[in-house]
Ligand binder design. Structure first.
Ligand SMILES: [Zn+2]
Ligand SMILES: [Zn+2]
Length: 302
């Protein structure tokens, strides 16, 4: 697909969301928006993000295909492309090499530009862990290559079932809102919010983005311990993707759920206590811990 075509389709779908003002309003259509937005958001976060990029749990192959298909219907390109770039985001967070950092390339490029004009980031190295391990699964490679098909099918089904109102409220509007829910994690969550952990990147926790991106807004937590199957580290941090993973585990569809280690919770408590007395001091030892040099276990009190 040429770059111009990608660019045109993206902006046509974005603009088509305004068509909601041209069809008669009904609360049922708002429900349709919610189902289409949140279900596909779970597909993206559960499969693309927590499974392919972070291997936060294992799942049944049929369930993996189903969630990946739902995620691909979000129109955010293919699972290997998405997750492979996301691995690079964590590797180079807010430094040169990060595919989307508002610190490195400005807000527009980090939010949308990188996704559309990704000449620098179009190809992923064969050594990228996502490419290396998941390009062996033919059904996933198929979705990755033909990523434009699931959104097209969704749009067609919406139109066939409910005509223009369903196409607009079940595809156009939620595809637009979901794109920004995802993109906001790359921009809003590196600019605005609270920082429980003093990570070397600018990641932040933000309840607003967590709601629309089904738990991904607890992004500072996630940058501190990216392997965990949950991004909300406490029960009060709304993380519906985690609830779905738990539910899948309860019925045997998912297993090997990666937990947040006790030392991370102790670190959170230690940072909180330290800030209470010295709000902005970060010691060299702390900086090493946050860069991933794992001294925390040795430093634990007996
Ligand atoms: Zn990030
Ligand atoms: Zn991540």
């Amino acid at each position: 697909m040429t770059k111009l075509l990608t660019f045109s389709i993206f902006w046509v779908v974005q603009a088509s969301a305004v068509l909601i003002f041209f069809v008669p309003f009904a609360w049922g259509l708002v429900l349709l928006w919610a189902v289409s937005h949140f279900l596909r958001a779970i597909g993206l976060t559960l499969a693309y993000h927590r499974y392919f990029a972070h291997r936060a749990f294992q799942m049944n192959r049929v369930a993996r295909f189903a969630w990946t298909l739902i995620g691909t219907a979000a129109m955010q390109k293919g699972p290997l492309w998405w997750a492979g770039h996301h691995v690079n985001h964590h590797r180079y967070s807010d430094r040169d090499g990060d595919p989307h950092s508002p610190m490195v390339s400005g807000f527009y490029y980090a939010h949308i530009g990188w996704f559309l004009n990704d000449a620098r980031h179009e190809r992923l190295a064969a050594t990228n862990p996502v490419m290396r391990d998941f390009s062996k699964a033919p059904e996933i490679v198929l979705l990755d290559q033909y990523f434009a098909v699931p959104p097209l099918i969704l749009a067609a089904v919406m139109y066939l079932v409910g005509g223009m109102p369903w196409l607009i409220w079940g595809f156009c509007l939620p595809t637009m809102t979901l794109s920004h829910a995802t993109f906001a994690i790359n921009t809003v969550n590196h600019l605005w919010g609270s920082r429980r952990f003093d990570t070397i990147d600018q990641s932040r926790n933000n309840a607003f983005t967590a709601f629309f991106a089904v738990g991904e807004g607890w992004h500072n937590n996630h940058h501190r311990y990216q392997r965990a199957a949950r991004n909300g580290f406490y029960w009060w941090e709304f993380d519906p993707t985690w609830y779905v993973i738990r539910l899948m585990a309860a019925v045997g569809l998912a297993w090997d759920l990666q937990r947040v280690p006790g030392r991370i919770y102790r670190e959170a408590a230690a940072v909180k206590a330290r800030r209470a007395v010295a709000p902005s001091i970060v010691s060299i030892l702390d900086a090493e811990i946050y860069q991933g040099v794992d001294l925390a276990d040795e430093a634990e009190p007996v």
